[in-house]
Design a protein around this ligand. Structure first.
Ligand code: GLN
Length: 491
């Protein structure tokens, strides 16, 4: 029999609902795996084993198992920038090292409601700012495919946890690629939904016009179920979309209907499919396209000229919004506080100097500059105009194509420390993921190959807003006919 930790969330939940498995039994198996493997990976920042077992056993006590939810007993981890009542929420920062959340994020509340076993908090770049998880104040996460490699970021802990089968699914956040890129570098699937499709309530803000709550998992069907459970309007988030009412999104069912890709028109923007790619990434894309054509898809080249501005546009907007969002950490109401000799300004300065890491400080400074009097129109205003241009180009492309496709990352996982002193090189790693973020589109990364030395390579689907079902269907069809997703780093 397939070991518990290799089964999909959908099949684990079915077994728990049927009474073939107990939630406590599943939780115990995953806790043991975390204890055995996470010492070297450091995917988790906190696992409260007692609470996990108590909650799983409480689920098992329920008299009528048929009333258990769609994620009954499924072990799910969450990125430590989502709050859960009574648990710490550090955002990977010294600033919030001892912060205990007084309420629960909507996504986690919906998972609790659906019967999931919430396993623990995963590591991330501080406040989501980074592409390697090395910016965590609590030390980096290691890639399960090689301990000297980065897992990607900022949801590197979530992706590594799924890739090492330490949980069936992990929730993350994606502002400019933070779910898709680590999913690609760790060899699993990752979904960034349409902006506003999932609630940001209880997500510690980085850049609010870009932040999306999403998830990574080994199997695409698990991501579809996750979106069905966690998507939908939330009155607690003013930017949550109201055109997808909660509970009315049969994405999982739609997956079962499409078995091939006949009639699907797939566009490959040349700007995202050539310049700057490592050879092995380009070669994997080539073979993936052959598979897609074999499944009946029509694949053609297209053009999105404005993506050449995407990285500077993204970083200007993200830093500007971050400088505003992070102003709340002033040591007064919560978070780290350092004495200021009786002067409030000195107290705030001391607290922020001690609480934030170098990358966060860099971004707050640059973001504040971009918003400052005399420069605002030149930087922030210009970035907003470039964003509109990009949106318009995407809209035009989707008149001709159902989906767009490109690699997720120009390069596979690289050694820890190799990009540390070159922020620009690090930012350029996001060139392929930030376009969908700027346009608010659904995007999904899935494994499509590997380098000669075994490092995973991922490809990314993009679709029009609210067509999350399309990226899931296409990825599911590809998964069904390939075996890249079954390659495992850890037995
Ligand atoms: N690497 C990008 C950044 O540092 C994206 C991070 C994210 O999506 N949270 O901003």
């Amino acid at each position: 029999m397939t070991p518990l930790w290799q089964q999909s969330a959908v099949s684990l939940a079915r077994a728990v609902r049927n009474g073939e498995l107990r939630a406590a039994e599943v939780a115990t198996a995953f806790l043991a795996r975390i204890a055995a493997l996470d010492g070297t990976l450091h995917a988790f920042l906190g696992v409260d084993a007692e609470r996990v077992l108590a909650e799983a056993s409480a689920l098992d006590q329920r008299a009528d198992r048929s009333t258990l939810g769609p994620f009954a007993g499924v072990p799910i981890a969450w990125k430590d920038n989502l709050v859960r009542c009574g648990e710490r929420a550090t955002a990977g920062s010294r600033m919030l090292e001892n912060f205990v959340a007084p309420y629960t994020a909507t996504t986690l509340a919906r998972l609790e409601q659906a019967g999931a076993t919430l396993l623990g908090r995963t590591n991330l770049d501080e406040f989501g700012m980074g592409s390697t998880t090395e910016n965590s104040a609590f030390g980096p996460t290691h890639n399960p495919w090689g301990e000297s490699l980065v897992p990607g970021g900022s949801s590197g802990g979530s992706a590594a946890a799924v890739a090492a089968d330490l949980c069936s699914l992990a929730v993350g956040s994606d502002t400019g690629g933070s779910i898709r890129q680590p999913a690609a570098l760790c060899g699993i699937a990752g979904l960034k939904p349409t902006y506003g499709r999932t609630s940001r309530y209880g997500l510690i803000a980085y850049a609010s016009s870009l932040d999306c709550v999403g998830a990574c998992a080994r199997y695409v069907e698990d991501l579809a179920l996750w979106l069905d459970v966690c998507g939908g309007n939330d009155p607690n988030d003013a930017t949550s979309r109201s055109d997808t009412p909660a509970g009315d999104a049969p994405t999982l069912a739609a997956l079962q209907q499409r078995r091939d890709l006949r009639t699907l028109r797939i566009g490959m923007p040349w700007q995202l499919n050539g310049p700057g790619l490592e050879d092995e990434v380009a070669a994997s894309m080539q073979s993936a396209v052959e598979v897609l054509r074999g499944l009946g898809a029509q694949v053609h080249e297209c053009s999105l000229p404005a993506v050449s501005y995407a990285v500077p546009t993204y970083y200007l907007l993200a830093m500007a919004e971050a400088s505003s969002n992070l102003a709340r950490y002033d040591g007064v109401r919560y978070g780290l506080q350092r004495p200021g000799g009786g002067r409030i300004e000195a107290m705030i300065a001391a607290s922020r100097s001690a609480g934030f890491g170098a990358e966060v400080k860099l971004r707050v400074l640059l973001g504040t500059f971009a918003l400052s009097h005399g420069y605002q129109d030149q930087y922030y205003g210009q970035a907003l105009r470039a964003r509109e241009l990009l949106r318009a180009e995407f809209a035009q492309a989707f008149e001709q194509f159902d989906l767009l496709l490109c690699p997720t990352s120009p390069a596979p996982a690289f050694p820890l420390g190799s990009h540390r002193d070159d922020p620009l090189a690090m930012y350029l790693c996001d060139a392929l993921t930030v376009p969908a973020s700027l346009a608010g589109l659904p995007a999904l990364s899935q494994p499509c190959g590997a380098t000669a030395d075994g490092r995973p390579i991922g490809m990314q689907w993009m679709a029009p807003a609210q067509r999350d079902d399309l990226v899931l269907q296409a990825a599911h069809a590809f998964e069904r006919h390939t075996s890249h997703h079954l390659r495992r780093a850890r037995p």
